[in-house]
Write a new protein. Sequence first.
Length: 545
Amino acid sequence: MKQKLFHSLLAAMLLMPATGVMADDYETLNTEPIHNPMLWADVPDPDIIRVGDTFYLVSTTMHLMPGAPIMKSKDLKNWETVGYIFDKLTDSPKYDLQQGTAYGRGQWATSLKYHNGKFYALLAPNEQGKMGDTYIFSAEKAEGPWTIVSRMRHFHDCSLFFDDDNRVYVIYGTGEMMELKPDLSDVIEGTHQQIFQREEDEKGLLEGSRVIKHNGKYYLLMISHVYAPGKHRREVCYRADDIHGPWEKQVILQSEFGGFSYEAQGTIVDTEDGDWYGIIFQDRGGVGRVLTVMPCRWINGWPMLGDENGKVPDTVRPLKSGEPEAHIVKTDDFNCAKLGLHWQWNHNPIDNAWSLTERPGFLRLKTNRVVNSIYLAPNTLTQRMEGPRCSGGIVMDLSKMKDGDCAGLAAFNSDTGALTIKKKGKKLVLEVNELKVELTDRDKEVKNVEEKTIESVELKQQKVWLKIDADFRPQAERKGMMPGTDMAQFFYSLDGENWTKIGNDYKMGFDWRRFFMGQKFGIFCYATKKAGGYVDVDEFFYERR
């Protein structure tokens, strides 16, 4: 009885305004609110489902491997990565950083479903030809292992949908639909349908299809790009009594938030107690595309998002109290024999060129290919940066570097700020570099890399601590500290206690035409003259604040 009373109270509070809450309310519930952004990191194109008392979330990570991360939470507040749908993509040498690259391509906008006791995922790499085939995967558990069920023609930003009669559909692009064979092996030819036409002022694509069924009706959520006075990017919903139509439309969210742009693209999900939430992403500059959570209220049969004014709230009542803290970005002492799920490689890793066992307690990164920049360097290991501010650093043993080797820690993106140790003959030189890559449009080949050395210092020892501090707060919240938003500062230490700032404050960015990803910490080691050297990383230490 007490549990039912608690959930009834919580459900009622979810429909109240998210602002102006008395501190006593949270004390009574013995918990803290969810502060938006729910995940202040690069977690774009979300799909989220609930199975029992657990929520599962999948996001886009494109050229990072392993790909299609699965995160889980009991309370929509504490999230952790529990698996990936695939380890590598192998259709092209571009995924190995050869004959081009996959920057900004690879896995996009995965659709996640649970049907008849199995998990299903559908994704289509943003590629040309065979590389852009749609994959369908299945698994007994969301954590994996996942196996490929089928491959078929490309579907852009698609949603897999299992209907109550066990017929299966894929909804994709701007309102297109096809039926799949019962065994999911391919489409049923002749079933293509344009289920709606976009409005005159919707000049861009309607994207990010997410389909659910509720109270016998079909709901298709999409992002709408509108170029008309008084209108902005928004989340729209199409509704129908029959999946084949006719479909009617409603704008369910048109809201800016936190000093950044208007939000759109995501989905809705229910709780065990019948409450509903919306999970929608927002572009936030250098940190990437972040996730926000908000109430979803069914009004006249439409899933309306936001607070009572239709705006994204600063805070949302938590779903449960007492859940353990969980995070998608973590410190790491590299004492495990397997790499933690919080890490992703830039493109496919070369497995025999890194190790956690050759020197237990250290991550060993070996050079194995001569390249001219970090943008073609295999085995760069990454984690997301997080807002509002974060700090990440490493301890690195440089004693086995060879002449021409480069290693260090980067604020990694298409424009990169890096703490780079370069082996020059017998000398070790620490540089702060600012790098910018130019890519071809079609094959994403590296055409040119601009590198500017801001400051350098010779190191007289073979062990060094490197650290990057990042600040993603809006300028209005910074109160004259560092200029602008998305700023990084670089530090080094010779003893792990006393830190020296080096280089300039660095402006981090986000460019959808090149990497299309938020800022990452990148640990790297590559050869410019001869392969065979390596570095040992003792620790990655991290703090969000």
